[in-house]
Design a protein around this ligand. Structure first.
Ligand code: NAD
Length: 293
């Protein structure tokens, strides 16, 4: 049983903290939003009056915050000045690689072990404790973190040095964003050509067009009954989140001189979709925009 500070108890952090409580850890929770904090306390976490108070005396600090600027601020103001020398720091937010490496370097300078450990699996995975963690940082820190992360996820991958967890996450999601648009275009072309969606699915799902966006998350209703297309594109994974990850991928591509023209195009298309007021819809709903709706 470890003493764990958990900062950021939103849609993802709330259920993740609840799974640590279920595993008998002592969780000291903090969030700026009182309702989020109260919900965590209802699930058995202890209320901390501030992030700094949660961090003091914690063996492990977990953060699950919206973006890089929040992570930089919380680490610089609250976590690093208050963490004990043996504390293990784990940031599970999805943020830009540069911020992750910056905060990781500050932690190293302070003599603290830190990992970037973004997740995939969404709120469903966070609740069920089946998230995938992509982890960047040193091997000893990874070995320490693994038993904790296993209480919140089932696939824990060490992706390499500091920032590589974020790199793995945005590369994966860039593939996902691009492949979803490709699948949507396939179905829209089929529609215009008078080819039934189920027939295209039957062919492509067993042919070279096969991919996760098609077989697990089909953007038209029918072929995959569990996909958001069957419930008016109620999210799953929101278009706003997909846009965030595609923008992070573009930022990283520019900084690293990588050529990612389809990633750039996907970011443009999701930006149009989100700016059209569809940010809260599932990202597969972009098929409607491609259909001219
Ligand atoms: P969220 O907005 O629901 O939760 C973030 C929480 O952080 C909020 O409750 C907010 O009040 C809190 N917060 C912000 N600044 C704070 C501060 N200074 N101190 C304390 N608390 C603070 O977001 P979420 O959906 O839980 O996502 C969290 C992270 O996980 C994001 O980086 C997101 O990209 C990533 N992610 C989300 C999903 C998803 O499906 N929701 C999936 C994978 C990864």
């Amino acid at each position: 049983m470890a003493k764990i500070a958990f900062i950021g108890l939103g849609n993802m952090g709330g259920p993740m903290a609840a799974n640590l409580v279920k595993a008998q850890h002592q969780v000291f929770a903090f969030d700026l939003v009182a309702t989020a904090l109260d919900a965590a306390v209802d699930k058995g976490a202890r209320k901390a009056a501030s992030a700094a108070e949660a961090v003091k005396g914690a063996e492990v600090v977990v953060t699950m915050l919206p973006a890089g600027k929040h992570v930089r601020e919380v680490y610089e103001k609250d976590v690093l000045p208050n963490a004990g020398q043996s504390a293990l720091l784990i940031d599970c937010s999805t943020i830009d690689v540069e911020s992750a490496r910056h905060v990781g370097a500050l932690a190293e300078k302070a003599g603290l072990e830190m990992l970037d450990a973004p997740v995939s699996g969404g709120v469903g995975g966070a609740t069920a404790g089946t998230l995938t963690f992509m982890v960047g940082g040193g091997a000893p820190a990874f070995a320490r973190a693994k038993p904790i992360l296993e209480k919140m996820g089932k696939n824990i991958v060490h992706a390499g040095a500091s920032g590589n967890g974020q790199a793995a996450k945005i590369c994966n999601n860039m593939i996902l964003g691009v492949s979803m648009i490709a699948v949507c275009e396939g179905f829209m072309l089929a529609k215009r050509l008078g080819l039934d969606a189920q027939k295209l699915f039957d062919v492509a799902s067993t042919s070279s067009g096969q991919c996760w966006s098609l077989t697990n998350y089909c953007p038209v209703p029918g072929p995959v009954p569990t996909s958001p297309a069957n419930r008016d594109y109620q999210a799953g994974f929101t278009a706003a989140m997909m846009l965030k990850d595609l923008m992070l991928a573009q930022q990283a591509a520019q900084a690293a001189n990588a050529t990612t023209p389809l990633g750039a195009e996907a970011a443009q298309l999701f930006s149009l979709f989100v700016n059209g007021g569809q940010g809260a819809k599932d990202f597969s709903g972009i098929i409607r925009m491609l259909d001219g709706k």
